[in-house]
Design a protein around this ligand. Structure first.
Ligand SMILES: [Zn+2]
Ligand SMILES: [Zn+2]
Length: 310
């Protein structure tokens, strides 16, 4: 086994400004009880990392200066703390970035992703733009065999997509995906794989991503030249879709989801809005008897299990 060094260089948010990253020296983390030390294989760059790079209001309020960022990652366990079986050493794992206390009302009801005492890896505590990182053993999820580490690191956003979809019916259902960024595209693919009857993919005008949506199985792709609500109603016998997923962060798209979801249907929103109080057609939400749900993180561990089954 290779020797674990005592110090390492890691990408760190060090300056209170746009950009503001530097490669700084840190100790290799020492392990607390029930933690594992992971040697990083791959870490992907998330939209959240771009927010931190831009140093917008959300980042300034949530990311302490001096934090090693990076949360979408996979690696190999090289050491274990007290309480963790040594047999985990050598395992290749991906990280669930929501660290939970497992002992609060939210954790006890099965919603550890919104733990009252939770912290977010690579955002609030040191993450994986580093050669080594530590994490609770339970957050280090074994990767199914045969998955390349390049792909294993993106289970965090793939899990976001599946968590959003599972806020409403999927099998045999009509589904609209608003916003075709990486997570929206994952959702198109996952919805088809999970047996959706019809998937309608909507973006503003990113032709490249709209083409990918088509390749991933979208039955219909709509863009800025379409009247989105009218087209969705037309494609669903005037009813609207069973399940709308909003990934775009556009207030207009949010209003569209409400107007194009069937009576009693489901609107699941993963987006973060630049304007945190977008206009919502409330009366339509009420009279259409819609379920509007905010989505955050991944269910521990049903989202991960679904992802690995797929
Ligand atoms: Zn992420
Ligand atoms: Zn908790």
């Amino acid at each position: 086994m290779s020797i674990i060094p005592t110090t390492m260089m890691a990408w760190t948010k060090t300056a209170d400004e746009r950009g503001g990253f530097s490669l700084s020296q840190h100790p290799v983390p020492s392990l607390e009880e029930n933690e594992v030390l992971v040697q990083t294989l791959a870490t992907s760059i998330c939209g959240t990392d771009i927010h931190i790079w831009k140093w917008d209001q959300w980042s300034r309020e949530n990311v302490p200066l001096g934090t090693i960022t990076g949360h979408e990652t996979c690696g190999k366990i090289v050491a274990v703390g007290d309480g963790v079986s040594e047999s985990r050493i050598g395992e290749t794992v991906a990280i669930e970035c929501h660290f939970a206390c497992w002992n609060c009302p939210r954790c006890n009801e099965g919603n550890a992703h919104i733990c009252e005492n939770g912290t977010i890896f690579g955002v609030e505590v040191n993450g994986a733009f580093a050669p080594y990182f530590s994490a609770p053993s339970v957050n280090a999820r074994t990767i199914p065999e045969g998955i390349d580490s390049k792909f294993a690191s993106i289970q965090d956003p793939l899990g976001n997509a599946i968590h959003t979809l599972t806020g409403g019916p999927i099998k045999g259902a009509t589904i609209a995906i608003h916003g075709l960024g990486p997570i929206g595209l994952f959702a198109v693919n996952a919805a088809k794989a999970m047996g959706a009857k019809k998937v309608i993919a909507i973006d503003w005008d990113n032709q490249y991503r709209m083409k990918i949506a088509e390749k991933l199985g979208a039955d219909m792709v709509l863009g800025k030249e379409h009247d989105i609500v009218a087209e969705i109603l037309l494609a669903t016998d005037g009813r609207g879709v069973d399940n709308s997923c909003e990934f775009s962060g556009s207030p207009k798209a949010l209003a569209n989801t409400i107007r194009s979801t069937r009576m009693g249907g489901y609107v699941n929103v993963l987006s973060v809005y630049g304007n945190p109080t977008p206009e919502i057609p409330m009366n339509e939400l009420v009279f259409r008897y819609l379920h509007l749900k905010g989505i955050n993180g991944r269910k521990m561990w049903s989202t991960w299990d679904t992802m690995h089954e797929l």
